[in-house]
Design a protein around this ligand. Structure first.
Ligand SMILES: Cc1cc2nc3c(=O)[nH]c(=O)nc-3n(C[C@H](O)[C@H](O)[C@H](O)COP(=O)(O)O)c2cc1C
Length: 200
């Protein structure tokens, strides 16, 4: 059986210099060897006008429109798997990723409060398996208040997805990774990447 895989990238770094893209590419190298018939769809949020739009009081009434929200929700419902990557930017996901999520996290489209227990929701993206790939300049655990991997995992679980253990490449701003190319740095966690690709 072949699957459709949507690869969403939210870094603002040039692709050849990006650590998160480095890990995504390594993941895809292993994944496509195991799943040669899958369709891979790339969504670089730098190229999507919706990801440049932040929700404000002035645009609230037009923000969730067909082109910026519903088309992307339709895309999420049309695929089987999502690989989403984000660097840590100021203790959070990048603004591009936040703007993307703000457009697709829409009540009665991707989740519903109907029939749900207190504090919980019914996720409407239960078609999805999700692999999160994150990077951060600091070593792992330095900023527990800004855990972007946990934020993404919880968010996709909220919409009903089957979220795999996130892959985090931490410490890209300190030695030894800071002296390595993104490809070399990604290879430092290749065992984790291979294992995740096999389980996805
Ligand atoms: C605007 C900006 C903000 C950043 N904020 C943080 C941060 O809060 N914590 C951290 O550990 N690294 C931070 N970094 C470093 C990046 O997370 C790190 O360089 C990461 O590897 C970037 O991934 P990329 O190469 O795919 O863009 C920041 C980088 C930028 C450009």
């Amino acid at each position: 059986m072949s699957n459709k895989v949507l690869v969403i990238s939210g870094t603002v770094t040039a692709p050849e210099k990006s650590y998160s893209i480095g890990v995504v590419n390594l993941f895809l190298e292993h994944y496509t060897k195991l799943n040669p018939n899958d369709e891979i769809i790339h969504l670089d949020l730098n190229n999507e006008p919706m990801a440049q739009k932040t929700l404000t009081r002035d645009n609230f009434s037009t923000f969730f429109n067909e082109k910026d929200s519903l088309e992307y929700i339709k895309q999420l419902k049309s695929v089987d798997k999502v690989i989403i990557s984000s660097p840590m930017n100021n203790f959070a996901v990048s603004g591009l990723i936040k703007n993307y999520l703000d457009h697709v996290l829409l009540a009665d489209q991707t989740f519903s409060y109907k029939y749900s227990k207190k504090g919980d929701a019914i996720g409407l993206l239960d078609n999805l398996k999700v692999q999160i790939i994150t990077t951060q300049g600091a070593p792992k655990g330095w900023y527990p208040f800004g855990d972007h991997s946990a934020f993404l995992k919880g968010t996709f679980e909220f919409v009903g997805a089957d979220v795999k253990e996130p892959i985090l490449l931490a410490g890209t701003k300190v030695a030894p990774l800071s002296g390595q190319t993104p490809i070399e740095a990604a290879k430092s966690i290749e065992d984790v990447v291979v294992n995740a690709a096999q389980c996805f």
